[in-house]
Ligand binder design. Structure first.
Ligand code: UDP
Ligand code: MG
Length: 329
């Protein structure tokens, strides 16, 4: 028997974790499409909506959805924590035998889920959707995204699949492993990869947003890249020492040459420009190295506080969650 699928005679429950931040415009359409996908599947559905401190009518829409559909679990966070933590809150509250995480803006087509479930039943713990085309995104975003993946691949030991977002299915044991990682700086692509387990890619075409606006801008993407690098490798720290070493070697050679020059040709007082260049270069490198150390130190500072990842205002469990809780009691 395949260990990633539980040995039960009843229908497996698949939890779909859907973080939502200001998505009132899309949620009803999203819910309809998701539910339609599960009609006729031999799995039960639980939908874990996480309201990530939305400022629009998202929470009202979610309450309405839960009122008409008992398969909905509603997790209402105390403020906006960002998608990474919203997803984690969803994983914490999902009761399914497998858990799918999906964006609510319909950029991740829910129609992939049956294929994910099929692969899960074949024995894969993780089925991640891999984009073959990015619709409605600029060439600049595509180019920077691909450069980032190549960079992080080279620097870190865990293999992070390229062109892969968060959209994926995970078996119960993979989710149980993932929720044990409680670090504050949550670079989810890295955490998913770090957990391991047999994984497979499922290629698909990513659509442009159905409605509403993306919450990502280039500044946020840059910070996201920094997060990824600093939470998964300490190579930049080593880079700073190598750079220092290289410059010191160069300085020694240069000093030797100056001594030789003075002895052979005598000294005329010039050299202000070269002095300035050296001072500025070294100053710049020192500041940059301090900055790199600071990035890591800041992260250590945040982690040592050991704060909980999030707080919830309210949790309304689905019927599946209630039934499983009763079973285990
Ligand atoms: N999201 C969230 N909290 C945030 C930002 C986004 O829960 O602070 C959710 C959002 O509702 C959506 C998903 O994360 O379901 C992806 O967000 P978005 O579409 O803005 O990102 P993109 O698709 O551009 O990567
Ligand atoms: Mg989106």
């Amino acid at each position: 028997m395949n260990p990633s699928v539980p040995e039960t005679t009843s229908r497996p429950v698949v939890s779909v974790v859907a973080p939502a931040y200001n998505e009132e415009a899309v949620l009803p359409a999203f819910h309809k499409r998701l539910v339609a996908v599960f009609d006729g599947l031999d799995c039960d559905l639980e939908i874990v909506y996480v309201n990530d401190g939305s400022r629009d009518g998202t929470i009202a829409v979610l309450h309405a959805l839960r009122a008409q559909d008992p398969r909905v679990t509603l997790v209402d966070l105390s403020r906006n924590f960002g998608k990474e933590i919203a997803m984690t809150a969803g994983f914490d509250h999902a009761c399914g035998d497998a858990v799918v995480v999906i964006d609510t803006d319909l950029q991740d087509p829910p129609e992939l889920i049956p294929e994910m479930i099929r692969l899960w039943r074949q024995g894969y713990d993780v089925v991640y959707a891999q984009r073959t085309a990015r619709e409605g995104e600029s060439w600049f975003k595509k180019a920077t995204a691909s450069a980032f993946y190549r960079l992080i691949q080279r620097m870190s030991r865990v293999r992070i699949p390229e062109d892969t977002g968060d959209y994926r299915l995970m078996s119960r044991r993979a989710v149980d492993a993932l929720v044990q990682l409680r670090e504050q700086h949550r670079f989810m692509k890295g955490l998913f990869a770090w957990v391991g387990f047999p994984s497979v890619a499922l290629p698909y075409r990513r659509d442009a947003r159905f409605a509403g606006e993306t919450k990502w801008n280039y500044w946020k993407l840059w910070n996201f890249a920094l997060e990824g690098i600093t939470s998964f490798t300490t190579i930049p720290l080593r880079l700073a020492s190598y750079l220092g070493l290289a410059i010191s070697l160069f300085a020694f050679a240069y000093a030797a040459w100056i001594v030789y020059k003075t002895l052979v040709f005598g000294e005329d007082v010039r050299g202000y420009p070269s002095l300035m260049v050296v001072v500025l270069l070294l100053g710049g490198i020192q500041l940059a190295s301090l900055g790199i150390i600071g990035e890591y130190l800041g992260r250590m500072f945040n982690e040592t506080k050991q704060r909980p990842l999030y707080f919830t205002q309210a949790v309304a469990p689905s019927t599946h969650a209630l039934a499983r809780r009763a079973d285990s009691a």
